[in-house]
Design a protein around this ligand. Sequence first.
Ligand code: GLC
Ligand code: MG
Length: 725
Amino acid sequence: MKKNGLYLQLISIHGLIRGHSLELGRDADTGGQTKYVVELAKVLATHEDVAQVDLITRLIRDKNISSDYSKPIEEISDGARIVRIQCGGRKYLRKELLWPHLEEFIDKTIKFITSQERPPDIFHGHYADAGYVAMQLAAAFDTPFFFTGHSMGKNKLAKLLADGMKKNEIIRQYKIKTRIDTEETLIEKADMIITSTQQEIDNQYGLYANGAAGKYTVIPPGIELDAFYPYYDSQLDIDLLSEEAKQTKITLRNELHRFWPNPEKPFVLAVCRPDHRKNITGLIEAYGMDKELQAIANLAIFAGIRQDINSMEDNERAVLTDMLLQMDRYDLYGKLAIPKKHDFATEVPTLYRMCAQSHGVFINPALVEPFGLTLIEASACGLPIVATNDGGPVDIIKNCESGLLVDVGQPEAISGALKEILIEQSLWDTLSNNGINGVRKHYSWSTHCKDTIEQYSRLLPEQQVDSSKSNLQQNIRPSFGKRLTSIRKLLITDIDNTLIGDDDSLYQLLDLLDEHRSDLAWGVATGRSLELTLEAMTEYNIPMPDILICSVGTEMYYGPDLRMDKGWQQHISNKWKPELIKETLEQFDFLVFQEAEGQRSHKISYYLENTDDRLEQVQQSLNERKLRCNVIYSHNQFLDILPSRASKGKAVSYLRFKYDFLPRFVMVAGDSGNDADMLQGNTRGLIVGNYSEELAYLKDAARVYFSQGKYAAGIIEGLRHYGLL
Ligand code: GLC
Ligand code: MG
């Protein structure tokens, strides 16, 4: 990685993403967004202010799809790579099924970041799922985060309802509620939301409760200018055209000439899907009612790939049937061409240029047009445009001045605008040139890149660029993620009877921890709930540690703002059935339920005086009902029942894994039975001099040191013993 410059992480989790030959359209999740993020990653990496771009996506190893998607790292260009993170198994999953696995994705991305030279400066999430991941990572590393929705749940819900689908079914199949709730949060929390148009802000984000509070910037995506070059280039450089391009041109010309006895006239062109929302009928009506327009120009409508009208979907069939009926009604034989097939990728740019060469006009008659990609493409080729005075076209015309906006609901408005451009040669020339220049200025990838970097940079603290401020920076407490990924040594200590018990040595220890804070992180691991932990810290005036492992390892928080580790909670929820456990243990009169603070979402606690074989009875009854859980007894009075994946020791292992601490640089300190499993991990264990008898059996255990000193004095002794101080 270059030393100076921005380290950017773009996140786009679903779909099939790779650096070459994207399988666009293979399924609903592999489309425009996947193409966009790959292009974006590549172009951002070319910017001089950028050191590195990672495009983070899901790793998939599935025999039904290419093994390309299982490579953990794929370099896609100089300074840009795809980083694949596994979550929710390895099979390909549609995006709606990924929600439950995002915490795992976040944990593993943090782990990946830990292995890098430095954490990213910016996270940018694409679509709600990755937006959520970006938000969590940004909190961990204290960076800004960007969100690009690509499409929004509320619009999808409205569309599905309009199509007649039942709300319950939509919620079940599309997890639309989770998506919309997440989007609400993202709109509120994102440092910046990038949209392609103003229309998106008004009509999509605008539908959300937090819509008005969001921070937005419109940055339209770039188009591939190589494909959409101006019409005059192909005229001048006819020899340079590839054979394939020439053949495409001839095919298109022959096809059109079949319809037109006077093919030398200019023609008006429309290209769209056969969808009634595209208002093709409105266009034919406008043309059909205006004899003057018919005399000046032919009309060509390319409405999707048409095979057999009978086998089409209802909407498409209705549109095409209407077109044929209208052709008849207005007697447009010899004037209106409705060619059968077209191949969008290769034919459309040629078609725009042919139309421009005829001095024609491109029209998009749709009543609502959120973006209007075809208008940008046509303009890029130098073909003047006419479109609806609403949504995306308004932005395009404002930027490029390459055509006229009309009320497409009125046929005379359409034909009037078309005639104006067709008749006034100088207007045609101006619009054509404006389009060619305007698109290159506003809709090129390099413009998109420049504007995006500008937005990123605006949100970064100045210190990043100015190293003379580094003294000041040391006093600013970095986020827990940045701190934990940069520190090698870690102390985790129990509170009661380990950290606290002797005030003198406690303050001596706290001073030492402060002195060594730049290379030693520390945390507590306690049976206490978060509230009781904070109570103890206030009482003893203990500064906020880096990590709080509470309720016997079932909850984990990071200081200073006590952010809960949701990945951990999700991980331990596996097979946790608290209601069944309580029900099973009801039979034992000798178990006394602890007060409310003792009961947590992932911890059930009792008082128990362990005489006879009471503990065994408890364990046995749980085994009989196959309730998998972790039973921990301490101080001869506390009985804690935890999920089988939870304990203080397991919480410490999880931390070690996530932030990549080596076992020999981690010391755990304790005094009683609920510390036993963390003392026996492969980290370094320390048992204070005042330990309770239940730990005596560890005397011979490997990697456990029994200190002479009691309480915090014992911790200091241990830290010195293991060379951590
Ligand atoms: C703390 C907790 C209690 C738990 C005990 C042992 O005292 O408040 O709920 O049972 O530690 O882990
Ligand atoms: Mg203790």
